[in-house]
Design a protein. Sequence first.
Length: 404
Amino acid sequence: MEQKIYSVTEINAFLKEYIEAPEFLNNLYITGEISNLTFNKSGHIYFSIKDEGATIKAVVWKSNADNMKRWNPENGMKITVKGRFSFYIVGGTITFEVRDVQLEGKGELQKLYDERYAWLEINGWFDQSIKKPIPIFPTNIGIITAASGAAIHDLITTIQRRYPIANIYLFPAQVQGEQARFDIAKKIDAANNFSIPLDTLIIGRGGGSYEDLWAFNEIEVLKAIRNSLIPTVSAVGHQPDYTLSDYVADLRAPTPTSAGEMTTPNIAELKRNLQNYYVDYQAIINSKIQESELFLNRIIGRNSLITKNIVNQKEIELKNIYQINNRHMQQILMHKTQELMNLNQQQIILDPLIPLQRGFALVTEMSGKIISTNSNIKIGDQLGIKTKDSHIEAVVTKIKKEHK
């Protein structure tokens, strides 16, 4: 007998009928914790229902969303939902369509969060009196986050755009998982004992689920932040996400990008301010000169013969003051302009990507660390080669040392 071959659409249509047809699958009650809660701009609510062993994707359609919103749902809440399973043929996905929601109480993680928050608040960990000020003009900025991803990219890009003269030092850390709390705490201690004194320490990661961000609620991390001698900035997740590290740190940034903006001045604004100061000082000096001239003219009008010598002397003094102040202001402007030009030139010289425009290549380990010597390279190592317009992955097959 010839074997029948089905198309994907036929199989998915069969699964849809098989899943949605049984009556008992159309009127189920499921209990678990809310996770990955998303209020879509369309009006639908998407989330997951989870327990310690499994997760189910769920949706509340816009027409029924108010039934869930009245409970003010949050990640970690334990709920019981009533609904049915539906199968989406195009995507081949199963979703639990929620028709009714009952709030059972807060999930275990949320309970633990609330208990820790209360204890930390009572014991003064959030007090403003112990907060350290964030430097306005940092020279060295430390960052503790994952070595790759949007968070570190956005942070570095923002800092270099706003204040390119700042030095950035990355302490790559595991930011989620069971070992993340220990690794983050270890990196905070390492930053405090770094050979180069750091002015600001940014600790954070990009967005994620309630569970993904949990490491920043752990006591190990909170103790390390509190004991840090370097002013700390907590930048975890997105705007609505609040972790306990946000309250313990010296400053909370809604996102990693915001942290870059909140910890650095804008060099373009500094240039504008310097120019504005010059214009303002010139206006003040000119105004003072005009006031003095008017005053002198009134004196001359009343008693020109007696005050002629005095007026001449004052005019000379005023001219000297104007010339001195004008030269002084010119010198300040020239000095500051030269400083800015030097800083811009240093940025260009130190940019490791500039030589790529002249045909050179940048060789890195797969972790992204730049290789300047072969002392740590072995046969079989994988390397990344960055050229002007491409990124090449290579394997070391031979090492030949150059003798100078």
